[in-house]
Write a protein that binds this ligand. Structure first.
Ligand SMILES: NC(=O)c1ccc[n+]([C@@H]2O[C@H](COP(=O)([O-])OP(=O)(O)OC[C@H]3O[C@@H](n4cnc5c(N)ncnc54)[C@H](OP(=O)(O)O)[C@@H]3O)[C@@H](O)[C@H]2O)c1
Length: 313
C-alpha cells in the first residue's frame, strides 16, 4: 500500500480486510502480478498530470498493480462468465489493486481464462504490454507487408509490439541496445538497429509505421523517416506531444497517434489465443516477491528492464 506519492519505499506491506465480490464481480486470489511503468508513474505522480486523476495531494488509490493472474475464489450471484476454481488473467484497468492477495473485479472486465501453457507469473505479464501494443497496432491497421519500426523493442510494450506486428504480417525492425539484440531477433524482428551504434534517422530507410514505445526518439526526425501517409505511434506521449501530434496530423498529412489505451475482455482473450497458439510469449526479466515490491519498483523505474518484471505471491 501507499498513502503518499514518493520513492519506492512509500510502498509498505499492510493487512487489509479481504474484499467481498459484488453481484457482478469475482473474487480472485492473486497468484502473480507485475511492476509496469504505469505503477511507478502513479507511485511518484510522474508526470504531474497523474495528480489530476489520481489525487492532487495524495493518492486516492492505495493499492497499485494493474495486471494479475490468479484463481477465482468466489463469484457474485449474477456472474456467468467465470466459476469458482477458474484460473484467470487480465487487467484491472484504471482501478489497480492487484498488489494484494485478493482482488474483486467486474466479470465483464478485461479478463479471460489463463492461457493453459503458462505459469501465473508468465500470464500476469502479458496484458500490460500486450493490450497496449494491440490497441495501437489495431488502430494503425498494421497489416501484411508493411514496413514497421518499433523503438524500445526490448521493453514491455515493445517486446509485445514486435510479436504482434509480426503476427499481423509486417516486416519488423526493432530498435534496442546491444545487449537486447538477440532478444528482439528471437521475438521475430526481421532487422534490429542498435541505438548505441546507429541513428536510424540517418540510414535512408523509411517506414509505413513507426511505433515509439518509450518516447526516446526525436519527434521531428521520426516524421522524416515515415513514408508518405505513414503513421507515427507515440504510445508514451505526454500532453505536449499529444498536442504537437494533433497539430502535425492536421497540417502535415502524416498521422500521429497518441492517447490512452482502452482494453476489453476480447483483447485479453485474443492475447490468450496467440499465447496458446505459440504466436506470443512472455518476456520476463526478473521475478520478485510481494515483500520485495519496493526493490522491484526501483529496478523498473530505471527504464532498462528486458520485457517485464513479475511479482509472485
Ligand atoms: N498510451 C497508453 O495508454 C500507455 C499504456 C501503457 C504504457 N504506456 C507508456 O509506455 C511507456 C513504455 O512502457 P514500457 O513498460 O514498455 O517501458 P519499459 O518496459 O520500462 O521500457 C524499458 C525498455 O526501454 C528500452 N530503452 C531505454 N532507452 C531507450 C532508448 N533510448 N532507445 C530505445 N530503447 C530504449 C530499454 O532497453 P535498453 O536497456 O536496451 O536501453 C528497455 O528494454 C511508458 O512511458 C508508459 O507510461 C502508455
Amino acid at each position: 500500500m501507499y498513502t503518499a506519492y514518493g520513492p519506492p519505499e512509500v510502498l509498505q506491506l499492510e493487512e487489509v480486510d479481504k474484499p467481498r465480490p459484488g453481484d457482478d464481480e469475482i473474487l480472485v486470489k492473486v497468484r502473480a502480478t507485475a511492476v509496469n511503468s504505469g505503477d511507478w508513474r502513479l507511485r511518484k505522480a510522474d508526470p504531474f498530470g497523474v495528480r489530476l486523476f489520481f489525487g492532487l495531494m495524495k493518492p486516492k488509490i492505495h493499492i497499485l498493480g494493474g495486471v494479475l493472474s490468479g484463481d477465482v475464489e468466489k463469484t457474485g450471484k449474477h456472474v456467468t462468465r467465470f466459476k469458482v476454481g477458474d484460473e484467470v488473467f487480465g487487467s484491472t484497468d484504471m482501478s489497480f489493486g492487484a498488489y494484494a492477495e485478493y482482488i474483486c473485479l467486474a466479470e465483464n472486465g478485461a479478463l479471460a481464462l489463463k492461457p493453459n501453457n503458462m505459469t501465473h507469473g508468465e500470464a500476469a505479464v502479458i496484458p500490460f504490454g500486450g493490450a497496449t501494443a494491440l490497441y495501437f497496432i489495431k488502430k494503425a491497421n498494421i497489416s501484411v507487408g508493411q514496413k514497421v519500426l518499433i523503438n524500445g523493442a526490448s521493453g514491455a510494450v515493445g517486446s509485445a509490439a514486435v510479436q504482434l506486428a509480426k503476427y499481423f504480417g509486417a516486416n519488423v525492425t526493432g530498435i534496442c541496445s546491444t545487449v537486447n539484440i538477440d532478444l528482439v531477433k528471437s521475438l521475430g524482428g526481421d532487422k534490429v538497429i542498435d541505438y548505441t551504434k546507429e541513428d536510424f534517422t540517418q540510414n535512408g530507410e523509411t517506414y509505413d509505421v513507426i511505433f515509439d514505445t518509450v518516447k526516446k526518439l526525436p519527434f521531428v526526425d521520426s516524421l522524416k523517416s515515415l513514408n508518405k501517409n505513414g503513421i507515427l505511434i507515440l504510445s508514451a506521449a505526454g500532453l505536449s506531444d499529444m498536442m504537437k501530434g494533433w497539430w502535425v496530423s492536421l497540417s502535415k498529412g502524416k498521422k500521429v497517434m497518441t492517447g490512452v489505451i482502452v482494453q476489453t475482455a476480447d483483447d485479453i482473450a485474443f492475447l490468450k489465443k496467440l499465447v496458446e497458439g505459440g504466436k506470443m510469449r512472455a518476456v520476463i526479466d526478473r521475478t520478485y516477491t510481494l515483500a520485495q515490491i519496493a526493490e522491484a519498483h526501483a529496478y523498473v523505474e530505471k527504464g532498462h528492464k528486458k520485457g517485464n518484471v513479475a511479482i509472485e505471491l
